[in-house]
Ligand binder design. Structure first.
Ligand code: BTN
Length: 267
């Protein structure tokens, strides 16, 4: 598969990909990684598929995954407790953004964790975690595993992604040439390893997030719990929530989808 095989991936010597599975087709790498995690696979297991027939994104949305993309999920067994799980997505977004810059794509992070190039979505991140089955506050619960999914629109035409209602782009259309998927994976794994390795110093991660983002300063619309809020994105809280200046004062948004609004329209 485009230079990707368990052997070539293990040749990268990444601690995040000590175990690697490469499939021609899978329902979802996320589901396969979860299956492996439940069966006890170690930290640093990577599942890649050339095609996903049931790829999914945040909020249960379908994620078009035809041939040419890099569809992957990592099994992580984090050392930190469950209360820090929400940091994974933004920390990963910083790593993925840096990897894209390394291969020549000037990517920006749209809160919380979409990667855009030229204002169009080029990559999505899906982090899901499972805490140990003990009672008590999250602070005292260890994370059993986290599954970090990365959906990278790599060597395809945007039209192949089948999302006519959303503005999407691909690495190939940004660079004007195909990218070697093993080189892309190398850049992703090394940047993810570096960023996830300093998740305990989340203030430093968020500083980088700020320098790579395209949301702060923008007028945005947030849809949550059936209603919408509009405001200007001011900053992030210490744990990465979005602080919005609205007509009713500052509102902290913990999760959800945002739209960037430009000139009174949608952007
Ligand atoms: C989003 O932006 O909504 C997140 C998209 C995440 C897609 C990736 S592709 C690899 C992995 N497998 C899945 O089914 N989803 C993630």
């Amino acid at each position: 598969m485009s230079g990707l095989s368990p052997e070539s991936i293990q040749g990268l010597r990444s601690p995040l990909a000590r175990v690697a599975e490469v499939h021609e087709a899978l329902g979802s790498t996320q589901e396969r990684a979860r299956e492996l995690a439940r069966a006890g696979t170690p930290h640093g297991t990577l599942v890649v598929a050339e095609v996903q027939t049931g790829g999914r994104g945040r909020l249960g949305r379908p994620w078009g995954s035809p041939k040419g993309g890099l569809w992957m999920s990592l099994v992580l067994r984090p050392w930190f407790d469950a209360s820090l799980a929400s940091r994974i997505t933004q920390t990963a977004a910083v790593g993925v953004a840096k990897a894209l810059w390394e291969i020549g794509v000037e990517a920006r992070i749209k809160w919380p964790n979409d990667l855009l190039a030229g204002g169009k979505k080029i990559c999505g991140i899906l982090a899901e975690s499972s805490a140990e089955n003990t009672t008590g506050p999250a602070k005292q619960r260890r994370l059993d595993y986290a599954i970090l999914g990365v959906g990278m629109n790599a060597n395809l035409d945007p039209a192949e992604l089948g999302v006519p209602d959303r503005e999407v782009t691909t690495i190939r259309s940004e660079l004007g040439r195909a990218v070697n998927l093993l080189d892309l994976l190398r850049a992703l794994l090394s940047n993810l390893e570096a960023e996830l390795g300093r998740i305990g110093d989340f203030g430093a991660v968020l500083e980088e997030w700020r320098s790579l983002n395209c949301t702060l300063g923008e007028k945005v619309r947030v849809r949550r719990f059936g209603h919408t809020i509009e405001g200007r994105a001011l900053d992030l809280s210490q744990e990465g929530a979005l602080l919005l200046a609205t007509q009713c004062g500052t509102v902290e948004v913990l999760e959800g989808d945002i739209e960037h609004l430009r000139h009174g329209g949608e952007g």
